[in-house]
Design a protein around this ligand. Structure first.
Ligand SMILES: [Zn+2]
Length: 323
């Protein structure tokens, strides 16, 4: 079914109809209505931008963002909350991670530009919201083809305030797994840090579902982050966490059929947890059945995300491992 304004307005009426505004955004030849909630707190304070659906087929984050809007309407907080529960509206409509209007992945485009392609225009709007924020919390999870081990992804940027928030997140152990990498030149997090804005990627969510536990994890991370930003009272309870500092990938070398090993087939989602160097991850072959190749882990570490569905395209990430 195609997306219509009426559909969204029906959806929003379940939220009292007032917190979300549909902002008309021109994406080249197309126009979308971008859902935006702009919530002003009772006192002055930091501005937090929360986005979901930058990958249009990651549903736990989208559900969490809508729930955050609902619970924030009557919340006593300082500062300003800008929540965009579905950024990639064209991808959401088409049930895919990328933007089908130009084939680009919005997560890889920043800061975009108003005279560019559809995704460039979309991300220019998101960048303008980020320009008003002290922190951008970007909710992700498993796409329709993936599995994910929940984790928070932070970057060391060299900006004192930005790194202080990241260090606090590590100190309190907001997530049981935290990937804390050095920000490379050109990364979105490095560009945002120059303007004093922290960029945090939150990964929680299973393929094709919005499991309550995955949604609750996003909301707990957001509550703790708002505490660390001084937007709400209290401090997070300190938890144990494993901090990873790098990530490596095993990718498909050709198109074909992927048959992953299901490590825990009785549970949904199956999770790789720890990976041991040399462990069999699955096998791939050409579509005529020839050329079977066993794919093994090339390093030990903690699985972060992996490919669960059968279609194999050259370059697909089969497993991302953090160390
Ligand atoms: Zn994503």
């Amino acid at each position: 079914m195609g997306y219509t304004t009426a559909m969204f307005e029906r959806l929003f009426s379940a939220f009292g109809g007032s917190a979300i505004r549909l902002q008309r955004v021109v994406l080249g030849d197309s126009v979308i209505d971008l859902p935006v909630a702009n919530l002003i707190g009772q006192r002055a304070g930091k501005t937090l931008l929360v986005t979901a659906g930058v990958d249009g087929d990651e549903y736990a984050g989208i559900t969490a963002a809508y729930q955050l809007i609902e619970r924030s309407k009557n919340l006593d907080f300082s500062g300003r909350l800008i929540i965009i529960p579905i950024v990639n509206i064209p991808g959401f409509q088409a049930e895919c991670s990328h933007n089908p209007l130009d084939g680009k992945f919005p997560k890889y485009v920043f800061p975009g530009r108003v005279d560019g392609s559809s995704t460039d225009c979309l991300m220019a709007v998101i960048a303008s919201f980020a320009g008003q924020a002290d922190c951008w919390f970007d909710l992700h999870g498993a796409a329709l083809t993936e599995g994910v081990n929940p984790y928070l992804w932070l970057h060391k940027t060299g900006n004192r305030e930005v790194d202080a928030l990241a260090n606090d997140i590590v100190h309190y152990g907001l997530a049981s797994t935290i990937l804390y990498e050095r920000a490379h030149f050109g990364l979105k997090s490095a560009a945002l840090a120059k303007h004093g804005c922290s960029y945090i990627v939150a990964e929680s969510g299973s393929r094709n579902t919005s499991l309550a536990a995955d949604v609750a994890r996003h909301l707990a991370w957001l509550t703790s982050t708002m505490q660390l930003l001084g937007m709400i009272d209290g401090l997070p309870e300190k938890q144990e966490t494993q901090v990873l500092t790098s990530v490596s990938f095993i990718t498909a070398s050709s198109d074909g059929l992927w048959q992953p090993v299901l490590k825990a087939p009785s549970s949904l989602p199956h999770s790789w947890g720890k990976v041991v160097n040399g462990e069999i991850l699955g096998s791939c072959c050409h579509l005529d059945g020839t050329g079977e190749k066993i794919i093994r882990a090339t390093s030990s570490g903690t699985s972060l995300w992996w490919k669960e569905t059968s279609r194999l395209k050259k370059g697909d990430i089969l497993l991302a491992t953090g160390r």
